[in-house]
Ligand binder design. Structure first.
Ligand SMILES: *Cc1c(COP(=O)(O)O)cnc(C)c1O
Length: 389
């Protein structure tokens, strides 16, 4: 039997794309050295600079966001380099492996996975460890729906002249992100989360300081899929490519970036903030609790919800998909069974999707034996939508 496509993809990304993104993804096949593609790639980089709010270089790595994190670690971290790794969730912990693999030494500053890192603790850690060279941090932890105070954290790193590596896969487009003004050295993103695009590329912003450190690396990473320096040499300096880029994925990326900027970056982020707030209000009105310890550290693009007593989270998630065609996400790794996650990003950061999502969630909770008043969550969310713009 054919499996039906979901009616709505409201998981933690990738998910729904606009009709315009679909249309723009299907442009004619073309050689990557054709002037039309060179022009499109250059335009995509310009749009990306606007979204990253940077005047410095951007590189579009031809793989998923994890490639960017591995590349940043491989190109920057040398043997014996000390890295302050901030861990507030699963992605933060993962980064330690990239540090270790490149001979770096990890100093971990960890908080529980429902919390965010306190900049004062970062300052204390950097005071204790004067020889730290890099700080790595996840802007928004998708697995737990939390957000770290990146502006303040990177400000502290600057005080100590420490280079920052920031994973903003989920954060870019859903929370303010000022690469240059906040002194971020390497920012790694993904088109498939809050930007509302498709997976497969890794937009990366790189500061002049970071380039210098890469050049001075004892064994600079070159002629490799992980090499940021290859991209600088090929694209930034000579408008060429180190290897064939994923042409059709670039079509899609150019389209989503243009759409974000047409809405207006601040307004686009504001929409995510409004929908995030309304979703959390809806969850509370339903009698459930959000997973993040405080409202102030909740992510705008993903709402993580504590699994209520007596409910089997994976059954709830499967039920929503099977009976109503609505795809949400459960928890994974150490968070499995403790939470489920609602995505509202890109085109789905919209009142219409939110109302449908909460309505189907209420019905599904009832179906799996949890008492809710149908309509309570939807009403609570709609009441919190005054500043939708
Ligand atoms: C999605 C995401 C990535 C990319 O990881 P995948 O699980 O391979 O999609 C990296 N970091 C963060 C914070 C993410 O949300």
């Amino acid at each position: 039997m054919m499996i039906e496509w979901p009616a709505m993809s409201l998981a933690t990304g990738p998910g729904e794309v606009t009709n315009r993104t679909l249309r723009d993804s299907i442009r004619p096949g073309v050689n990557h050295y054709d002037p039309v593609f060179l022009d499109l790639f250059a335009r995509t980089c310009d749009l990306l600079k606007q979204v990253f709010r940077t005047e410095h270089d951007v590189v579009i790595l031809q793989g998923e966001t994890v490639l960017g994190m591995e590349a940043a670690a491989a190109c920057l971290i040398g043997p014996g380099d000390r890295v302050l790794n901030l861990v507030s969730g699963i992605f933060g912990k993962w980064f330690e492996q990239f540090i270790t693999r490149n001979g770096g030494e990890t100093i971990e500053l960890a908080v529980p996975y429902d919390d965010a890192v306190d900049p004062q603790q970062v300052r204390d850690a950097l005071r204790r460890h004067r020889d730290v060279k890099f700080l790595s941090v996840i802007h928004s932890e998708t697995p737990s729906g939390t957000v770290n105070p990146i502006e303040e954290i990177c400000g502290v790193a600057r005080e100590f002249d420490v280079l920052t590596i920031v994973d903003t896969a989920l954060g870019l487009g859903s929370h303010p992100f000022h690469t240059d003004a906040w002194g971020i050295d390497v920012a790694v993103a993904g088109p498939q989360k809050a930007l509302g695009g498709v997976p497969g590329l890794c937009p990366t912003a790189i500061s002049p300081r970071a380039w210098e450190v890469m050049e001075r690396h004892p064994r600079p990473v070159r002629e490799s899929y992980l090499s940021l320096l290859d991209w600088r040499e090929a694209w930034v300096r000579h408008r060429g490519f180190p290897y064939t880029p994923s042409v059709s994925l670039v079509y899609a990326l150019e389209s989503v970036l243009a759409q974000v900027l047409e809405v207006g970056l601040d307004r686009y982020i504001g929409r995510h903030a409004t929908i995030g707030r309304a979703c959390r209000a809806g969850i509370r009105a339903m009698g459930l609790q959000i997973w993040p310890a405080r409202e102030a550290i909740a992510c705008n693009a993903v709402t993580a919800v504590k699994v209520p007593a007596g409910v089997d989270a994976s059954r709830l998630v499967t039920h929503m998909r099977d009976r109503y065609g609505v795809k949400i996400s459960g928890g994974y790794k150490e968070l499995a069974g403790k939470l489920f996650r609602l995505g509202h990003m890109g085109p789905t950061a919209h009142p219409a999707y939110l109302a449908a999502l909460l309505a189907v969630l209420e019905r599904s909770l009832l179906d799996v034996g949890h008492r809710v008043t149908l309509g309570a969550g939807v009403g609570g969310a709609l009441a919190a939508l005054e500043d939708w713009a």
